[in-house]
Design a protein. Structure first.
Length: 342
């Protein structure tokens, strides 16, 4: 297996307060591998504050891990020389949650498309640049004649987000990291944009890391999923098993929260942990063992003493929960390698 992008047991601590005495462990020992030879869509899911966006920023090299490392084709991002880092910036692109923030309202939308083309030296003439931009817009499902020459406020949120997809495609990336790309567009456009991502993966071999709090869309588009809780991996594996037959109490809570057309029912039925899970969580610093122990009805003495490792419960799924300690222990890196090779 050739690793294209890899997180090796990465953690990130943010300090605050006088003399940095306060701290928040935003990401805690997460491992992830994207296989260069097998394009995939990997979902990173969890509620707000679970560490999803911090993990995304680590993978993009925007911030450095407190411990662990991010590797691009086997090379540590922190040790890259300037030409290699520029190539990394071209090959690993991002689509963010709010498309409007990516635009300068004073300029036409053309600017966000022409800037990367010239900055990375991808063309030799204005005509070639125009042709490349039009091609990318069509790949993203847009008509160039209805898009170019307009200001951001003249386009819908869905179109602005599609322009961000087109901007990423301009650079012929190998990976696109999409952080909540459809959370700010209406429901009628979500399926269309997500369908575009699946099509790009299938036709152009682009891998996606899809950051979301929405398990429904994660299930629709991804092959694998990492469920984060307070920065740690609670459950990881093939999306079919994790969503349809969740093992970790936290994942079960998330799945049971997905609404059905009947407002009196949830997709996962009645949740056994609903009442306790609604209680406010204790600060991270106070939890020594499992971070979910103060919300879990199955909590045992060992849960409050030591954080559980990952236990393999199926061929392609592992859970960080002592309820499944009959399974073989597996490290985060070993689990990431297993999923990357599927």
């Amino acid at each position: 297996m050739i690793s294209l992008l890899e997180a090796q047991h990465v953690s990130r601590v943010f300090h605050s307060g006088l003399l940095n005495k306060g701290h928040t462990l935003a990401v805690d020992g997460v491992s992830l591998i994207i296989n260069e030879e097998k394009p995939s869509i990997t979902a990173i899911a969890g509620e707000s504050g679970s560490g999803k966006t911090t993990l995304a920023r680590l993978l993009l090299g925007v911030i450095q891990p407190t411990s662990g490392s991010i590797l691009y084709r086997g090379q540590n991002l922190a040790a890259m020389d300037r030409p290699t880092r520029k190539e990394f910036r071209r090959q690993v692109q991002a689509i963010f949650q709010d498309p409007y923030e990516a635009y300068n309202p004073v300029y036409k939308v053309d600017q966000v498309l022409t800037t990367p083309v010239y900055k990375f030296g991808l063309v030799h003439s204005r005509e070639e640049a125009h042709e490349r931009i039009e091609q990318s817009l069509r790949m993203a499902g847009l008509r160039p004649e209805e898009t170019l020459g307009r200001y951001p406020h003249q386009l819908s949120g869905g179109r602005r987000q599609r322009i961000m997809v087109a901007r990423a495609l301009l650079l012929n990336p190998r990976i696109i990291l999409a952080d909540e790309p459809v959370s700010m567009v209406d429901a009628s456009l979500r399926a269309t944009i997500l369908e575009s991502l699946v099509k790009l993966k299938r036709e152009f071999g682009i891998s996606f890391i899809y950051i979301t709090h929405d398990l429904t869309t994660a299930y629709q588009v991804s092959q694998n999923i990492y469920v984060l809780y307070r920065g740690s991996v609670a459950e990881v594996g093939g999306v079919e098993k994790v969503i349809k037959q969740p093992k970790h109490p936290y994942t079960r809570l998330l799945v049971s929260s997905i609404p059905l057309p009947d407002p009196d029912k949830h997709w996962g039925g009645e949740s056994e942990i609903e009442s306790k899970a609604s209680a406010p969580g204790a600060p991270q610093a106070e939890l020594i063992g499992c971070k979910f122990s103060n919300r879990c009805p199955y909590v045992m003495a060992e849960c409050q003493q030591t954080a559980p490792p990952l236990y393999l419960t199926d061929d392609n799924r592992a859970v960080a929960c002592y309820l499944h300690k009959s399974g073989a222990q597996i490290s985060g890196k070993e689990m990431a390698e297993l999923l990357a090779n599927l």
